[in-house]
Unconditional design. Structure first.
Lengths: 332, 288
């Protein structure tokens, strides 16, 4: 987090491009991740997050541009990069027929972890994710959350300098997601490690030191969550009225504000929302039953930079994120 | 809580790669095959059922017909080396094709992203498949006495070595297939489709003497022929039978008038095994 480690960047990406036969998945990405940082890579499905992470992990070649991870070039120093990184993929990569400890042992041998310290290190990482007492159980008996925790433990086993997590909380229930983040936040207290994480959950991105918002293969914003939200400058105002269509029309005519129906409420964005409310009552001309003013969320940031809400950007039937909505309402 | 003890272990170091590291990778992949094998005893039983049916049912059934042509040798005795080879074939092929499942369940990726060569991973797989298959062949081997094959320790040792090399080759073949098959459902039918003809065209179930021309050509092109014949030769060396009977049942392999020595046959199998392994390495390196 706060490590002001002098020296090389943990990740350095320059002009990264990846083209497939018909589509350009990554269209010129530049970014620098500092050592010790938790860096979030945020965007809808299909924005190029996984493609980028695959290139950084040496699983895929870039079409153009260069990337260095832990000081090594991903194209020319493949094994050095691989020794320096831990990986937690979207899809599970554990062997269900092996026990938790056997999975870790397998990993340690493949990565050439020194035998003297290997057993102690296995205990350490299992303790960290609270699975030490289950070490002798077959992984096929584990729940989804336990498996993900084990994968994180395994990704840390060889003391990587950079831990890559590709959507580590996808498909998990909110409680388990929260606990995964708790482990990730604890991590910095115990290890000197840089975390690079992709997610399409806006609330999770709040846990990151800095985030990059990626849309259609390009980074559209990169800063701390607080700065990104501050830069929006507009609060979200939601009102319940006696006549919603009339209210929307009145907002347009009186205030030149574009309003939409969101979650059954007339919703619009305006600077200094709280100060705007008195004017609203004065000039709207439609009875108002309730008002909610919310400070900008990362969802609003996403909306501002891409012109579409993350939820709409997801393919149809995308997962509605109840935590996010609850948090948004709660803050009003 | 355990903050202090954490600090004491802190980081482990991962030394730069090298031969020692590659060997550790080979061994741990091999070990995984062993662990999975011991977890699944049903696999041993089910995969020796078919060879035993061939030996005792087919062998006894056809035996009476064959009596005239075998020079007085029990047909089951003739079949024994072939059935021994059969007993490793499917197990070894399955060990190779199991990479399709490893891909399906993601574990292939865990292996392929490690800082070791693909060769080390696949070599471990081949050694694992060969070990498992050879262990299974012991079930057939202990029945030797029932079909008139003596329990000669040296012969047993020879057989185990030969079966190991054969299984290695077939596991490598399974890996080549696995690199191309993405669907779990099509894996087993493909193995059946490839392995069954390899077995039938190898002289495992009939002598190579007096074959019709086309069949003779095909068997001589089949690497399995060169894997089965040394097994048969090792068994027949220990049988007290007439040279005439041996000439019919175990004529050896001829290229024109040149009799291919057993050692050369083994050499061909080793070469085929290495060629298949390197093909698999190239194919897997490309797919991920």
């Amino acid at each position: 987090m706060n490590n002001s480690v002098s020296g090389a960047a943990a990740i350095e990406v320059k002009g990264l491009v990846k083209s497939f036969k018909t589509v350009e998945a990554v269209r010129g990405i530049d970014l620098v991740v500092h050592p010790g940082e938790t860096f979030g890579f945020l965007g809808p499905n299909g924005a190029g997050k996984s493609t980028t992470i695959k290139i950084l992990c040496t699983l895929s070649d870039a079409t153009a541009g260069s990337a260095r991870v832990a000081g090594y070039d991903v194209a020319t120093q493949r094994d050095a990069v691989r020794r320096s990184i831990g990986l937690v993929f979207q899809e599970p990569t554990l062997d269900g027929y092996l026990t938790a400890e056997q999975n870790l042992r397998f990993h340690g041998e493949l990565y050439g972890v020194e035998r003297i310290s290997a057993a102690a290190r296995r205990k350490e990482v299992l303790d960290m994710v609270g699975l030490y007492d289950r070490k002798g159980d077959l992984v096929q008996t584990f729940s989804g959350g336990m498996r993900r925790r084990l994968e994180i433990a395994r990704g840390l086993l060889h003391s990587p300098k950079v831990l890559f997590l590709d959507e580590p909380t996808i498909g998990l229930d909110p409680q388990t997601r929260a606990s995964i983040w708790q482990y990730l936040n604890e991590l910095h207290k115990r290890e000197e490690i840089t975390v690079f994480i992709t997610t399409h959950y806006m609330d999770e991105a709040e846990n990151c030191d800095r985030i990059a918002i990626i849309d259609q293969g390009k980074i559209v914003a990169l800063d701390t969550p607080a700065n990104l939200k501050a830069a929006i400058g507009k609060d979200r105002v939601q009102i319940a009225t006696a006549d919603d269509p009339a209210a929307i029309a009145a907002l347009e005519n009186e205030f030149q504000l574009e309003a939409k129906m969101v979650e059954g409420l007339v919703t619009f964005a305006v600077a200094e929302g709280a100060a705007f409310v008195p004017q609203l009552f004065e000039k709207l001309g439609v009875a108002i039953r309730s008002v909610t003013v919310t400070q900008p969320s990362l969802d609003d940031v996403f909306l501002a930079h891409t012109g579409t809400s993350l939820r709409d950007a997801e393919s149809k039937g995308a997962k509605f994120n109840p935590m996010m909505a609850a948090a948004g309402r709660g803050r009003g | 809580m355990a903050q202090a003890t954490m600090a004491s272990v802190a980081q482990v170091s991962v030394p730069r790669g090298g031969l020692g590291h590659e060997i550790r990778a080979v061994l741990v992949v091999w070990e995984r095959e062993m662990i999975r094998f011991t977890r699944d005893p049903a696999r041993v039983i089910s995969s020796v059922v078919q060879p035993l049916l061939f030996l005792f049912v087919l062998g006894s059934g056809l035996g009476s017909l064959m009596q005239a042509g075998t020079g007085g040798v029990d047909f089951k005795t003739f079949l024994f080396p072939g059935v021994l080879s059969m007993s490793v074939l499917f197990t070894a092929a399955f060990a190779g094709i199991s990479m399709v499942w490893d891909r399906e369940f993601g574990f292939l990726r865990e292996m392929l992203v490690a800082p070791v060569s693909t060769t080390a991973i696949l070599l471990g797989k081949c050694l694992g498949g060969a070990t498992v298959a050879t262990i299974q062949s012991v079930v057939v081997l202990v029945l030797a006495g029932l079909v008139g094959v003596p329990y000669d320790p040296l012969m047993m040792l020879e057989l185990l070595v030969l079966l190991f090399i054969m299984s290695f080759m077939i596991t490598a073949l399974g890996l080549v297939l696995a690199s191309r098959v993405k669907q779990v459902q099509s894996a087993m039918p493909l193995v059946q489709m490839i392995i069954t003809p390899l077995m039938f065209l190898s002289g495992a179930l009939f002598p190579l003497s007096n074959l019709p021309g086309w069949l003779s050509v095909v068997t001589h092109l089949n690497p399995m022929t060169y894997a089965v014949e040394p097994v048969r030769s090792a068994v027949f060396d220990r049988l007290a039978i007439s040279p005439a009977a041996r000439a019919i049942l175990d004529p050896g392999i001829f290229w024109g008038s040149y009799q291919v020595p057993v050692l050369l046959q083994v050499g061909i199998v080793v070469l085929a095994a290495l060629a298949l392994l390197s093909a698999a390495v190239k194919l897997f390196a490309r797919t991920e």
